[in-house]
Design a protein around this ligand. Structure first.
Ligand SMILES: Cc1cc2nc3c(=O)[nH]c(=O)nc-3n(C[C@H](O)[C@H](O)[C@H](O)COP(=O)(O)OP(=O)(O)OC[C@H]3O[C@@H](n4cnc5c(N)ncnc54)[C@H](O)[C@@H]3O)c2cc1C
Length: 472
């Protein structure tokens, strides 16, 4: 498995299989680069990317003329253009930025003006009456809103999986349980050390997310430090899903976009996230007091939430830094590109970031290092179709011959789990199986199906079952 001879020297090694690393893998492989992904977890999405709000943002409120804004809009466009070929779902929800006070109402024209400057021209202010027509379950204390037709909800897990799967279909490689612990640059080649072996490449891309600054030190002292910013969520019962049609956003502050209420691809309704600084880069614990507060805020916006039960809770960590903007830059003398600080918009911008990274390679490294590289011809591109996790599209249990349903909360079949083991990117921990099938993610949190899951996956998952579940 471990590359040793020159034929095992990769053009590019990408450190970190979050949504950003997966997006870059896809882009570079389709451009003809021989690429390897090194991921410290037992699956992709072992960091920030495993828990977010799953909104495909238009960039209407992004910092004007920023790299983040450019990558979001490019990523949005590319996602829309490829998603059907990869079987990636999208709910055309739209969003409403709702004003609840006079001060917030006064800010709405500024939000519209900024959206137009950001080239999101269909954004407009609407009256309280129009808002309540769109959202009859919203509290009648709403004073008005900004309507953003292009904000959508997507699948946060299948999308990055599709990007890496497409790369693998074209010959890219990945190694899990391969935390990069050190490395050196010599004679134009990087040598990276991991527990699974030594890997060599002409160029390294650091997209290690919450560990981005630590990994960056392998190349040079980074001009940023990662400060994890936690976001907690409550997930409401599937019956609550129909309470809102669009994504209900607050008027944002300078620190956070604020607490939103929106539907998920998986058929639930979420309220969150919070924005809490913490030092721990790994664990995102939920806190009862905070969750109660979140729920109370949600009920103020949508009073009928009171009638529905909480199904689950979760928290994610944003890869924030002391800077507002993305930290993406090359170190040409050392054949390294850092792609860091992708704080709260990476699911949307990942494909745009991948295009930007490709441009950096063309500008700084192509002539000297990659003159031989030619893109895959358009007609030869393979489009692996992702298994469906979208509640409103036909699920496996509804198909002929689906056989045993072992997770009854989320209606997951044994056949779906079996399919994971013959897919292009096979996870090596239980978190990966859960993210590919929704098993153990429902009301009982795996209480009823965990044992059966253990039987089905026995001997096929490298890491301890319970430990991986705890980490989620
Ligand atoms: C609460 C919350 C809500 C959000 N909502 C949205 C949203 O609605 N829409 C949107 O577009 N974005 C959203 N985001 C942002 C988005 O989730 C992030 O921008 C994105 O996940 C960052 O991805 P990444 O690949 O940079 O980092 P990560 O996902 O952290 O990926 C880095 C990977 O590198 C691995 N790694 C770390 N160190 C090493 C090492 N030494 N060697 C090998 N591998 C290593 C990690 O295990 C990890 O898998 C949200 C984020 C949060 C937390």
């Amino acid at each position: 498995m471990t590359p040793s001879g020159p034929k095992n020297i990769f053009d590019v090694i990408i450190i970190g299989g979050g949504v950003v690393g997966c997006g870059i893998m896809r882009k570079l492989t389709l451009q003809g680069y021989k690429a390897l992904l090194l991921e410290r977890g037992g699956d992709i999405l072992s960091g920030a990317s495993k828990a977010n709000s799953a909104i495909l943002h238009t960039g209407f409120d992004a910092p004007e003329a920023s790299l983040e804004h450019a990558c979001m809009q490019d990523g949005y466009k590319e996602f829309i253009s490829i998603r059907e070929k990869l079987g990636l779902p999208l709910i055309k929800t739209a969003a409403h930025v709702v004003a609840w006070t006079r001060e917030e109402l006064d800010k709405l024209p500024g939000i519209v003006a900024k959206a137009h400057k950001n080239k999101v021209l269909d954004v407009k202010q609407i009256s309280r009456e129009e808002l309540l027509l769109h959202e009859p379950n919203l509290s009648d204390k709403a004073l008005g809103a900004v309507h953003v037709p292009g904000e959508f909800v997507i699948d946060p897990w299948s999308s990055p999986l599709a990007y890496l799967s497409q790369a693998v279909a074209h010959g890219a490689e990945y190694r899990f349980h391969s935390q990069v612990t050190g490395g050196f640059f010599s004679n134009g080649l990087w040598t990276l050390q991991t527990p699974s072996g030594i890997y060599k490449a002409k160029l390294v891309i650091n997209s290690a997310g919450l560990y981005g600054d630590i990994v960056e030190r392998i190349c040079a002292k980074p001009p940023f430090t990662i400060h994890p910013r936690k976001g907690q969520f409550v997930v409401l019962d599937k019956k609550a899903n129909q309470l809102v049609n669009s994504i209900i956003l607050p008027v944002p502050s300078s620190i956070t976009k604020g607490v939103l209420v929106c539907r998920t691809i998986f058929g639930n309704l979420i309220v969150g996230p919070t924005a809490e600084e913490q030092d721990d880069r790994d664990r995102a614990m939920v806190d009862n007091e905070v969750l109660n507060d979140l729920l109370a805020k949600g009920k103020k916006l949508v009073p009928a939430l009171d009638r529905y039960e909480i199904t689950a809770t979760y928290a994610g960590l944003r890869t924030a830094t002391e800077h507002k903007g993305y930290q993406i830059f090359p170190t040409p003398g050392k054949n390294w590109i850092g792609v860091n600080g992708i704080r709260s918009t990476g699911l949307t911008s990942s494909l745009g970031i991948a295009n930007y990274v490709h441009t950096l390679i063309e500008d700084h490294f192509k002539t000297n290092l990659f003159a031989h590289v030619t893109p895959v011809a358009k007609e030869d591109i393979i489009w692996p179709v992702m298994p469906n996790l979208y509640e409103d599209a036909p699920r496996d249990y509804q198909q002929p011959g689906s056989g045993e349903i072992f997770c009854h909360c989320e209606m997951v079949t044994k056949r779906e789990v079996e399919a994971v083991f013959s897919s292009l990117v096979v996870p090596q921990d239980i978190g990966g199986i859960r993210r590919r099938t929704r098993a153990m993610m429902g009301r009982c949190n795996g209480f009823n199906c965990m044992q059966r899951m253990q039987q089905i996956t026995k001997g096929r998952i490298a890491n301890g079952f319970h430990n991986d579940k705890e980490k989620e």
